[in-house]
Ligand binder design. Sequence first.
Ligand SMILES: [Zn+2]
Length: 319
Amino acid sequence: MNYRILLYYHYTTIEDPADFAAEHLQACMDLNLKGRIIVAAEGINGTVSGTIEDTNAYMDMMKNDALFQGIIFKIDEAEGHAFKKMRVRPRPELVNLSLEEDINPHEITGRYLSPVEFMEEMQREDTVVLDVRNTYEYDVGHFRGAIRPEVETFRDTPAWIRANKELFEGKTVLTYCTGGIRCEKFSGWLKSEGIGEDVGQLHGGIATYSKDPVAKGQLWDGKMYVFDERITVPINQVEHVVVGKDHYDGSPCERYVKCANPECNKHILASEENEAKHLGGCKLECTKHPRNRYIEKHNLSQAYVQAVISELEKNEQHI
Ligand SMILES: [Zn+2]
């Protein structure tokens, strides 16, 4: 394990995000890093991979920069790079929560909870745990009993919460996400909306919780979805309960693939066998797409593809 993957964010004021992004990209390239970084007037959010030496140099550079005093890095060991390219992009917001009114986490945010505090509080009767990630992230792993807003994309979550306010009435609401950044604003939004009695957030996110020597990732079921080539990583160091279900037949599954239709790209859980049976399409329409990536990648003959499609049509088993 000579490589590391860093995950971090920091709210600060960046005067000229476009300028900063161009300079930061050069600095990252000089350090042979790969990954994805978002820069906005409100701060930085990134995940990069590199050798131990290079990632150490990067962390030193950031910690020595007056803009990033107090920045926290979550560190995973790795066998190699977890990204193909190095990208640094200026954006209007660090995370797109699509809130009607922006929340400044320096002004309003949920109570910060350490992993151990979170673990203790989540087991109390008067507490509900709210997952503030996308549903495809929830589906492969989540805290036991956490609320999964029934929405297509995260953008619809605020409306769903308003419509289901009674779930939170009189309760302490605990939010969590991958590295903590989504909770900074979202827990602030919950407070500003008057949702629940009290709002807490898992400081440092699931990534920190999994490494805590006391919490050890307990009460987490399944794996955690990550936005790099690993796709999922283990969290619970004590027990492993599979919660993911195969998109096609509902059997236990933790293998994520993207729908082979390049215009769909839906994240689905599927065994290798079921993926093959459906030529990588999440539904028949996607299987039949003229630019189906699965067919291209596996160099399948037209005759074979036709035979599979007629079989699928006949069985009407396709979801
Ligand atoms: Zn699809």
